[in-house]
Design a protein around this ligand. Structure first.
Ligand code: 5GP
Length: 109
């Protein structure tokens, strides 16, 4: 499904896009800022990343940092990757949640 967002088949509010990474607003936001950062390459979950994904994983972090600055949440934000059903993953395309604009508790639920 996120492949379709990345290639434009499915509509979404895209905030960043390049040849490797796409970022778009979450359809069901859990914070005032809730963005999903994904690799264009289809990787179904974090536990399946390999050495060859090192660059794109790093890029996802740099994009998240830049978006946090652009969206005014640099003073405090949370990055989340749910891996597997037990951790709450519901979409089988690797994605990093960028959340901000409110306080966050710890430990997470
Ligand atoms: P997960 O639970 O897998 O970590 O996160 C999946 C996220 O994708 C959820 O926060 C959900 O709201 C979001 N989501 C699911 N379907 C769509 C969609 O079609 N468009 C967008 N923008 N977000 C989606």
């Amino acid at each position: 499904m996120f492949c379709k967002i990345a290639n434009g088949e499915l509509k979404s509010e895209i905030l960043y896009s390049d040849e490797e990474v796409v970022a778009f607003k979450d359809i069901n936001p859990q914070a005032p800022v809730h963005v999903l950062v994904i690799p264009r390459k289809h990787i179904s979950k974090h536990s399946e990343i390999t050495q060859e994904d090192q660059a794109v994983i790093g890029k996802m972090h740099l994009v998240a940092k830049k978006l946090a600055e652009d969206l005014g949440i640099s003073d405090g934000y949370r990055l989340v990757i749910n891996c597997g059903e037990r951790a709450g993953q519901t979409v089988w395309h690797l994605h990093m949640h960028l959340l901000g604009g409110r306080e966050f508790g710890w430990p997470p639920g």
